[in-house]
Design a protein around this ligand. Sequence first.
Ligand code: SF4
Ligand code: SF4
Length: 185
Amino acid sequence: MKPFQSPACARCAKALGKTCCEPRGTEHLAMVTRADIARISEHTRLAARRFTQEDGVTEAGAADFEARWPLYRGYFRRGPVRTLLLARNGSCIFHERTRGCTLPMDVRPIACRLYPFDKWADGSWSLAVGRYGDLSAARAEGGACLAVEEAESMEEVLTAFGTTREAVEALGAQLAEEARSHGRG
Ligand code: SF4
Ligand code: SF4
């Protein structure tokens, strides 16, 4: 649950059984950059190992990921290891069941601030609205975002999150720069 982003976030756990801050099965939390970690450490006074975990992938998997998700190009330049937010007892360590994310918006990882928006390999920011057809299917499949499921268009999702295409693109540009910098070491 990411309060203050969308009213849907407050209803998400009930409607879908969990929020995007509560991974289940093979799902994982956001990939973070060194810039994200520095902002969180400065705010919380926690060392990185208290809220992140390293996850090794294959060389081919890293190359495929960067090809699929252009905002992360250069992230794996130092090697096929990604840094993920740490989940404990089924949720992000910064998640509280009643309050949602306890980090201020400007401290949250950029990937969390961008979600559910992402840039595709063709450069578009399209969203698969109504991907699951109905909420019970979305609940059963997992990986859904309630705000996206309830919308009919990308514009409606932007409105639901009180943001604009320009703001999303600016955040995406920041993530792309910080991912490149992450890979430079
Ligand atoms: S999945 Fe979507 S609606 Fe649910 S908490 Fe996350 S951003 Fe909000
Ligand atoms: S940092 Fe906040 S928004 Fe991101 S996964 Fe954790 S609780 Fe959710």
